[in-house]
Design a protein. Structure first.
Ligand SMILES: Nc1ncnc2c1ncn2[C@@H]1O[C@H](COP(=O)(O)OP(=O)(O)OP(=O)(O)O)[C@@H](O)[C@H]1O
Ligand SMILES: Nc1ncnc2c1ncn2[C@@H]1O[C@H](COP(=O)(O)OP(=O)(O)OP(=O)(O)O)[C@@H](O)[C@H]1O
Ligand SMILES: [Mg+2]
Ligand SMILES: [Mg+2]
Lengths: 222, 295, 295, 222
């Protein structure tokens, strides 16, 4: 699903965010990305969803070389990559419903289907009662769950979650992990960047550690 | 679900969400259209008035002696050699005398002891409408003085000159202000649209990240631009019409109407202004949108 | 550290950070000032020109008979009974005859056989400058015809009327457009400032939360408003002056200058416009800032 | 330092964010506020720094009744309350230095002092190398540390930290806790809302638990 070969990323003028990163994620895998703050986790995820472009190396997602992808193809591809951004990127002036529904509306899904899907997701994450609130007027942890719901909404083939439980307590963290696991069961490939040891300590999924822009553990299959 | 209802739905939603900015933009557009079309209206009316005033312009060539009919043809030819004219009238001593009598009215008795002999015969020349500028009239007059037997050429120099200067000054004012205003209109509209987009920067960015197609993103914005342009121009023209009606009502003294047959734009021009407004706004949208579409 | 350097530092920093918006605001302000002052300049110059043209206005009363010096005083009194006038000149038959001769120039010989008797004597009245409107002149003329021995009153009715209408139309145009433009200036300036503040909403909000005093928050913004107003107005006036110089250079034919002694604002007016610009911008800032100061 | 007596807060139209909360925090205390996402922790902190006003009850901070405080006094008071907001509230277009310095500049402190203080704080939090970067152009965890640095900058009497370690890994979390402890040693009263059990599990400070807008553990002194 995701192939990175000797990828480097420099933020001008001189910040080496990634150095010779090679990583291969199989379809249907679920991997955890860990590492100190500033190690380059977010940058790696940004490259995969082509929010940033690499300076060196080869990035391939679902068979597409992201350095040479056509805009129209990229748009299609993005519809099938769900991303829960570390800073959420919600629209504070729009309702929770609208925020989640957006991800499906851009794919022209039928409204009735969207309604059902949004409600089911919010219910699983325990914020069904906030469906009509403005996204800017709910607690931070609730916003984080909205971001996760949006990422999962369009049944993506690949889901990138950047620190998905940073503002969540233990109980809700479990619900989020359960949701992600169930998506994985249904075939979604997952890459989760996290500091929260509780969600990856006892996992049997692959855990990758980053340090100063490099992968320190060899990327072994589970 | 198909594409079109989405666009409409999205547009409606946007308009509702950002109505304050929308109203602002609308007002800006209509104000700009109002100002521009106001000047344009004045300009067209002044052109018309100028044409009317010019109708009454005539040049009088005073002659030494009565022109015999045979000569008339030759003089006519020499005059039309220089330029086409509307009409040429020969006035004999007798005619001039009668006319003076008419002009004096009750004072006619002062002419009692006179013979027509003391008034010189003349040729009155009514120039074509294209002969409007002062310099051409002057040159024409210089030419006429060279006609055989011409004593003097008169055309109300002082007043014609004055009116001409005035007219051209006014035209400069109108043109300059129209220029200024077109610049400011385009500037303001694109500025406003850019600012509107700037406030919705996050939304557009997010749509891009969610994989929305260009049409999905551009469609509603373009619709908005179209609507803004249409309603803004419409409102502007409506205001102008109200202003126009008010002016007409307020200043339609008989003398005023005589000089100025102050009329509104014909429907074609109205439609053109409307279309240009729509086009400008759409264009402004498109140009500004393009900046956000680097995928 | 004391208060003032902070304000200056903060202002400098803001200007650098948001220079794009600043330039936009600056251009808007200067464009508005330019447009407004342009019309104002035209307006003042037209008023002046009107005054000049009026200088040459005279009413001529044709009389039955020569006025004996004794009568002159009485007539003068009756005329000035109606209104103050600039000057009154009595023209006898002989004077009128001489004048006609002068006017005919080379054609003088047509008068050879004539006696001055056929020309009526007249009184020429040069009205005061305040007697400018058409209606007052008409009323004056109606009064003059009732003078003993008055035959006819003449004042170039047709042209005076035309010029009068033209003048008043022009004045309406200028006033209306000035009105429109003042509205749009105020509207645009306050709109721009509000948008500028809107984009800096977060910063102002944060300062509030950090416990910044009102002066700390308002100071730099006010300074900005002042600077914007000053530089914007200054630029606008500079542009106007350039435009003015261009017009003067381009259209300063002798006839033009004769009619229109096209002059720039005196320094006092320039300063006033500058001050008003500064004031408007500062006011706009203050009003908009107030919204963010509900602690 | 902080006195809450039967405080209630309703967000219109019907969200009971706080119900009859009574809490007393002594000068120099350090307490942890825990609870599920949406329990009302942030709302409680917002009342204390008067970002929101209570609908019922009495809120007193440093001897001032916040419902009746004059603007000028509130401004003074706020300069001495440091808040690390859950959503950071950094200015992304300004440098890290500028973001931290702001808190001291509003108190008109001398520039040389500000410079030293900012550098020492950023150093303690491990982001000294980011001092001249724009706050919007650093990693999320780095932003969080900037927010903490700003809260601590003006040596506040009261420091409110809302989820200060949500985006930080274990190592940096320890540095942050160390900083907060040292501030507490120096006399600052601290209220820390957090989900991160690792920072309060073994503490001997007071831990308060919230549930649906109510305090569930009686607020006992340590
Ligand atoms: N937009 C940017 N411009 C410049 N430098 C950046 C930008 N974003 C991140 N960086 C730098 O790149 C490095 C890696 O950042 P990244 O966001 O990938 O870290 P991270 O592993 O996600 O950290 P965190 O856990 O704090 O989110 C950091 O040193 C950061 O300061
Ligand atoms: N501005 C607001 N307008 C309306 N409701 C709000 C607002 N802020 C928070 N709420 C609601 O008030 C309740 C408490 O919110 P609060 O932010 O205090 O929770 P929290 O304990 O900080 O949660 P988290 O751990 O997720 O940050 C929640 O139900 C939330 O949806
Ligand atoms: Mg990150
Ligand atoms: Mg919270």
């Amino acid at each position: 699903m995701v192939e990175l070969v000797k990828v480097s990323k420099v933020y001008p003028p001189d910040i080496m965010a990634l150095q010779d990163v090679s990583l291969s994620v199989q379809r249907g895998e679920m991997i955890f990305l860990t590492g100190m703050s500033g190690a380059g986790k977010t940058t790696l995820l940004k490259l995969i969803c082509s929010l940033e472009t690499s300076d060196k190396g080869h990035v391939e997602v679902a068979g597409h070389d992201l350095n040479r992808i056509k805009p129209v193809v990229l748009q299609r591809l993005r519809q099938k990559i769900g991303v829960a951004y570390q800073d959420f990127r919600l629209l504070p002036q729009q309702s929770v419903y609208q925020n989640v529904a957006m991800a499906m509306e851009v794919a022209y899904l039928p409204p009735s289907f969207i309604r059902k899907r949004v409600e089911s997701l919010l219910d699983q994450l325990g914020i069904a009662d906030k469906v009509d609130k403005l996204a800017g007027k709910i607690s931070r942890g609730e916003q984080q769950r909205v971001a996760i719901a949006r990422a999962a909404a369009n049944s993506p083939n690949l889901l990138l979650a950047d620190e998905p439980t940073g503002n969540l307590d233990a109980t809700i963290t479990k619900r989020v992990v359960a949701l992600l696991e169930s998506l994985n069961q249904a075939g979604t490939t997952l890459i989760i960047a996290t500091h929260d040891q509780s969600i990856y300590r006892h996992t049997n999924h692959r855990v990758i550690h980053m340090e100063q822009g490099r992968l320190t553990e060899p990327a072994v299959a589970r | 679900m198909s594409f079109f209802p989405y666009i409409l739905k999205q547009t409606g939603r946007n308009l509702r969400k950002t109505w304050a900015t929308q109203v602002m933009t609308l007002l800006t557009v209509s104000l700009s259209v109002l100002i521009f079309s106001f000047f344009y209206l004045i300009h067209t009316n002044i052109l018309k008035a100028g044409a009317r005033l010019g109708d009454e312009l005539r040049l009088i060539v005073y002659l030494d002696d009565e022109v015999v009919p045979a000569m008339q043809e030759q003089l006519k030819k020499r005059i039309t050699d220089f330029t086409e004219v509307e009409n040429i009238v020969f006035i004999s001593r007798q005619e001039a005398f009668t006319r003076l009598g008419d002009e004096l009215g009750n004072d006619q008795d002062v002419l009692q002891d006179m013979t027509p002999a003391f008034l010189p015969p003349s040729i009155e020349i009514y120039p074509k409408k294209n002969l409007k500028t002062l310099t051409t009239i002057k040159r024409f007059s210089d030419y006429l003085i060279t006609l055989p037997g011409a004593q003097k050429v008169q055309y109300g120099q002082e007043w014609v000159e004055r009116f001409g200067y005035f007219n051209s000054l006014l035209r400069i004012v109108v043109l300059l202000s129209a220029g200024l205003l077109v610049i400011s209109t385009v500037f303001m509209v694109s500025y406003t649209i850019r600012l509107t987009l700037f406030t919705r920067h996050e939304e557009l960015e997010l749509l891009r990240l969610l994989g929305a197609t260009n049409t999905y993103i551009q469609g509603p914005l373009l619709m908005e631009g179209l609507l803004q342009g249409f309603m803004g121009s419409g409102l502007g023209l409506l205001f102008l019409f109200l202003l126009f009606s008010w002016i007409q009502l307020r200043f339609s003294g008989p003398g005023f109407l005589k000089l100025f047959d102050f009329t509104f734009f014909p429907p074609v021009v109205t439609c053109t202004i409307l279309m240009v407004g729509v086009l400008l706004c759409s264009l402004g949208s498109i140009v500004s949108i393009r900046k956000f579409l680097r995928v």
